[in-house]
Design a protein around this ligand. Sequence first.
Ligand code: NI
Length: 161
Amino acid sequence: MGLRTILTDSDPALRKQSRAVTNFDRRLHALLDDLAETLKHANGAGLAAPQIGVLRRVCVVGFEEPIELCNPKIIVSDGTQEGAEGCLSLPGRTGLVKRPCRVTVEAQDRHGKPVVYEAEDFLARVFCHEIDHLDGTLYTDVMERFMTEEEVAALEEEEDG
Ligand code: NI
């Protein structure tokens, strides 16, 4: 299918519980391919299936070659980091969100094979954010507060410099 529309704001699909993947078939592979293509096009860090209206426990994380996660679970989390977080489904806003510094995630790949990923810093944040989507949780549910435009601009300057 290719590029999918990313659901935004108060779309009810963003608030639903997604169901576990049980068939690692061509339909799942098409879903994963579409998620990766849509993520790349949107220039984001991660995208979960419910964000394109598919209520399955599937997400993709990362840039160039995204990591594919089916039925992901955080099995270890450690430390706390506070940082800026946005979401392709909540355009134009940034929140200040506390997340673990390090996580270990257990999942399955597109063939159903068990995989384990260890992530820290920004990648740990993205894993937590995407896995939350599978339970209908948005960062606005767990954030400290929204960041002001000035704070976001200062962050961007830091990144550019
Ligand atoms: Ni998101």
